[in-house]
Design a protein. Structure first.
Length: 415
């Protein structure tokens, strides 16, 4: 999965500045006979702009990462961190190229099999509590998984819904090349004459575009399953021959993601507690004539690529798809985070509850992925694994959560 930001529909900066200037607060004149604020002056056409409004000072933002003691990491002694060890070693295949991680990853590679993983982290790492800008430490944990779809390499019969590869006319502007502070941000669009304009939304893509002719990777039999495959970002497709094809995120159209579950709740079609993946699928089965209109409420559209069937991408039960870090995800030990705030590859202790319950779920996990809807510091998307059982858990997961990031002792923490 990849983090995408929508930068279209910019405000007219000049017009906005002019409007603000028209209602600007002028510095008070030196003391004179009249000390009170002058009368309100109309700011054409309306409403009036007070000349002496009160100014509320902006509150300072809280630290995203705050150093704490191990005893403050709720549930740390209750989990067995060995279950996350292989996931951390996979992270190290990428992190070892960074100076801040090189020594820690070298020690991890040399750790004897009988050694204590808990002691390894306690001796070489420091725990940092994750907080939001307002200082609150309670956030949100959702779930995702690798779905299984039925499909074919050719169109026909029930196989009518295409998985597209990225079209040739999709432009990608890496904003980090313009400003290093805009790392992880990319702009998607297309050329219209000499202008770069937003790429087509879902509804227009679904109607068919010349640029997508011949870009069909596979055809599947269920548009709702395809829609949720795009939300998950990767999955497997079983062909009529029995072959399993693994597909992964290739790109996205740059349009903003909008929740169809929230739309159904707003329309009174579902109650909030029914707006899970399972509830949405049931609604679609009961309202097939309204399905296209519902799916098109989300203008975001994901393009795929076929993954090779070897190495980390082999059809294995113990590894998932390759995440944003570039390594295979580990079921129930990998999470997606907002990479602007949480270092990719870092161990994270996640304290949440099982989907739809108050039963504690406190585990060491590894931040190895990102997602278009994963925004904010105390925000995690928990990878449940592959198949129907994983999907049932992922679809119901929307739990309160707390997070602690574990970083090497000499890691340059920035606030």
């Amino acid at each position: 999965m990849s983090r995408i930001i929508n930068l279209w529909r910019p405000l007219g900066a000049a017009a906005l500045l002019a409007l603000l200037a028209a209602c600007a607060v002028q510095p008070p004149a030196p003391p004179a006979a009249a000390q009170a604020c002058p009368a309100v002056v109309p700011c054409p056409p309306a409403p009036p702009c007070p000349v002496c409004p009160g100014v509320t000072p902006e509150l300072p933002k809280a630290k995203t990462l705050e150093l704490v003691s191990w005893s403050e990491v709720a549930g740390w002694t209750e989990d067995d961190p060995r279950a996350a060890w292989q996931a951390f070693l996979r992270s190290c295949t990428k992190l070892q190229a960074q100076a801040a991680w090189r020594e820690s990853c070298a020690r991890a590679e040399q750790l004897p099999a009988a050694a204590s993983v808990r002691e390894f982290f306690e001796a070489g790492f420091l725990p940092y509590r994750v907080a939001k800008a307002d200082g609150s430490v309670q956030g949100l944990a959702t779930g995702y998984y690798e779905p299984l779809l039925r499909g074919s390499r050719s169109k026909g019969g029930a196989y009518r819904y295409p998985l597209y590869a990225a079209p040739a006319d999709l432009l990608i502007v890496d904003l980090a090349e313009i400003n290093p502070e805009l790392k992880h941000l990319r702009l998607r669009g297309r050329l219209e004459g000499r202008r770069v304009v937003p790429y087509y939304p879902r509804a227009e893509i679904e109607r068919g575009l010349p640029a997508l002719a011949g870009k069909e990777l596979l055809w599947v039999d269920d548009p709702v399953d395809l829609f949720f495959l795009q939300i998950q970002g990767s999955g497997r497709v079983r062909l009529p021959t029995g072959e399993l094809v693994r597909v992964g995120y290739a790109d996205q159209n740059g349009q903003p993601y909008k929740s169809i579950g929230r739309y159904l709740v707003a329309q009174g079609e579902l109650k909030l507690e029914q707006a899970s993946m399972q509830g949405i699928k049931a609604w679609g089965a009961a309202n097939p004539e309204k399905l296209d209109a519902l799916l098109n409420q989300n203008p975001s559209y994901v393009f795929f690529r076929e993954l090779p069937q070897h190495g980390a991408s082999r059809d294995a039960a113990d590894t998932g798809p390759v995440g944003a870090l570039g390594v295979a995800l580990t079921p129930e030990r990998s999470i997606a985070v907002d990479a602007r705030l949480i270092p990719l590859g870092a161990p994270v202790f996640l304290a949440t509850t099982w989907p739809g319950s108050e039963q504690s779920l406190a585990r060491l996990v590894i931040a190895q992925d990102t997602g278009g809807a994963i925004r904010g510091a105390v925000r995690a998307d928990y990878f449940w694994g592959f198949g129907e059982a994983a999907g049932a858990l992922a679809g119901r997961m929307r739990q309160s959560a707390r997070m602690w990031v574990l970083l090497p002792r000499d890691y340059p923490v920035q606030q």
